[in-house]
Design a protein around this ligand. Structure first.
Ligand SMILES: Cc1ncc(C[n+]2csc(CCOP(=O)(O)OP(=O)(O)O)c2C)c(N)n1
Length: 546
């Protein structure tokens, strides 16, 4: 005889779940007890938001749904921000929450909230287990929906009285079948090939769908064959190596970054795995006058600035290979100056010994201590803009930026999940001082699980990005300052290590030391955010001459 909770856990094992991140409550007792006898490891965290961010990043890195768990009421509401982040960043996540007994759900009752409706707008599937018989179907559907393109959140509420019931003897988990993308339609391939053949200045905009679709190598081959430059969104960094001569770098800070010049000139934009939640088409296509080719596993969202010339729906690598076969290789240099401008900017600051340290120098130096496969997780703030622009990313999924929901607080819990997924790699979280304090309690979780990671805080005692926006829009700023704890002592109080960088030359040795410490290390880096407005002014003056 097994309980519904035991059957539920069996179904999770059947889905290949390795970890569940969460905080149990009274209403999850049966599930937690069933987990004891399972192969799944429970990672007890310090705030449910951290659990959801961990599941988010785990899902994004592995393509398999990350799983987070909270209790009913406040446990479930605490999951929401990280869960919504996963949903809008297209990371597969399954959220589990306990719920009060079905015998008290019809009335006002302690901690009871309608969780299914609460999660409905932030998930692809939100449901409640109202009978043990449906468990295999519910779990299979949750994982299938979460992992299918575009991936996102699936939520399951599990009332405690159902969890304790006896499960029907013959019920088994359902067979897991991985979904495959459709084969692209030949007539669409031919149309896309024709538009590209006629283009004068085609440009590729690659989005996170390329990485999710494991189509990065196919993208590089396509770009090389046709000699077309590739711009990447924040979330597509690494889909083509930064050092590749056809890589233009990252687009998204503002239209008139160097990369934006390429868009101004283009007559055809080939959007591959592009998702407009990341970067509104109006920003790069203000006059809606270019031909857009949309290549993705799913249909394009409707937008007046994203009207398609051709839509090629299906497996991305296959679509690119077939289009390339039908287009003659293009001749002549395409990128040149755009790429060189970014490289020159990085090199200009390589020896800048100003203090506080300039963002350009921090990123130049950071790159030198990170191997190509090591993983940088960015939090959300001004630092993210600098990372997106200047961190030279060589491989897919080695620079994780949240740019769909873009929630602060993701980097530290995300780093923990990245270390679980890739224990042999260096894992670095870069965060603002404000974002760090939102989930800094997860330092304890990382230490408890022996997960070595380095957290670099860009310290400015302000909500830097908001100050930047205020100054840009109104020429003045306010209500964005705060006082920080002593981050070194704060880290040490958890049993972690803490270092403060006192001048620019110390950054590289401090980071090396931090990684060699092989534990949780917080590195406090005072940052010179006067560079933010300087960048705005510089880009404002940028005139595209190519
Ligand atoms: C949870 C959440 N709250 C608020 C915001 C809006 N927001 C975006 S960046 C930012 C400031 C971040 O400050 P900090 O973490 O210190 O990073 P910095 O900008 O200084 O690099 C704020 C308030 C957000 N994106 N997410």
């Amino acid at each position: 005889m097994s309980t519904a909770a035991q059957l539920f856990v069996e179904c999770l094992e059947n889905e290949g779940v390795e970890y569940i991140f969460g905080i149990p409550g009274e209403e999850n007792l049966h599930v937690m007890d069933a987990l004891r006898g399972s192969s799944i490891k429970f990672i007890t965290v310090r705030h449910e938001q951290g659990a959801a961010f961990m599941a988010d990043v785990y899902g994004r890195l592995t393509g398999r749904a990350g799983v987070c768990l909270g209790t009913l009421g406040p446990g479930a509401t605490n999951l929401i921000t990280g869960f919504a982040d996963a949903n809008m960043d297209r990371a597969p996540v399954v959220g589990l929450a306990g719920q009060g007994a079905t015998t008290r759900m019809h009335k006002e009752s302690h901690q009871i909230l309608d969780l299914v409706n609460l999660f409905e707008p932030i998930s692809k599937y939100s449901t409640e287990i109202l009978a043990p018989e449906i468990i295999p179907e519910v779990v299979r559907k949750a994982f299938k929906d979460a992992q299918a393109e575009k991936p996102g959140g699936a939520f399951i509420s599990f009332p405690e009285n159902i969890a304790g019931m006896e499960a029907p003897e013959l019920l088994r988990p359902l067979k897991v079948q991985s979904a495959t993308s459709p084969y692209p339609a030949p007539e669409k391939i031919a149309q896309a090939a024709e538009v590209i053949s006629r283009a004068r200045y085609p440009i590729i905009m690659a989005g996170n769908g390329v990485i999710r679709g494991r189509a990065s190598e196919a993208l590089v081959r396509f770009a090389e064959h046709l000699n077309i430059p590739v711009a990447q969104t924040f979330m597509a960094k690494g889909c083509i190596p930064f050092t590749h001569p056809l890589s233009l770098g990252t687009i998204g800070l503002q239209a008139h970054d160097y990369v934006g010049c390429g868009f101004d000139r283009a007559d055809v934009v080939i959007c591959i795995g592009f998702d407009m939640v990341e970067y509104h088409p109006e920003l790069w296509h203000p006059h809606a006058d270019k031909k857009i080719i949309h290549i993705d596993q799913t249909y394009a969202e409707v937008d007046a600035h994203y009207l398609l010339e051709v839509g090629v729906i299906g497996e991305i690598g296959e679509a690119l290979a077939q289009i390339a076969q039908q287009v003659e290789p293009r001749q002549g240099p395409q990128t040149g100056t755009l790429r060189d401008a970014i490289i020159a900017e990085l090199n200009d600051y390589a020896d800048d010994d100003g203090f506080p340290i300039k963002p350009q120098r921090i990123l130049h130096d950071t790159r030198s201590v990170m191997g190509d496969d090591d993983i940088l997780l960015s939090d959300v703030g001004a630092h993210k803009m600098w990372i997106a622009r200047l961190y030279r990313c060589q491989r897919p999924n080695t620079c994780i930026i949240s740019n769909g929901f873009a929630s602060m607080g993701i980097a530290l819990p995300g780093a923990l999940a990245a270390k679980l997924a890739y224990p042999e790699r260096r894992i670095l979280a870069i965060t603002g001082d404000a974002g760090f304090m939102m989930n800094s309690q997860e330092i304890e979780t990382a230490l408890r699980h022996n997960l070595a990671l380095v957290v670099m805080i860009w310290n400015d005692s302000e909500y830097g990005l908001i100050k930047w926006h205020q100054e840009r829009r109104f020429g003045r700023s306010g209500d964005i300052s705060f006082t920080n704890p002593d981050f070194v002592k704060y880290a040490e109080s958890f049993g972690a290590k803490g270092y403060r960088v006192e001048n620019a030359a110390e950054l590289i040795p401090t980071l090396e030391r931090a990684f060699n410490d092989d534990t949780v290390v917080v590195v406090d880096v005072p940052v010179d955010y006067r560079e933010n407005m300087k960048l705005t002014e510089k880009l404002g003056e940028l005139v595209c001459t190519i």
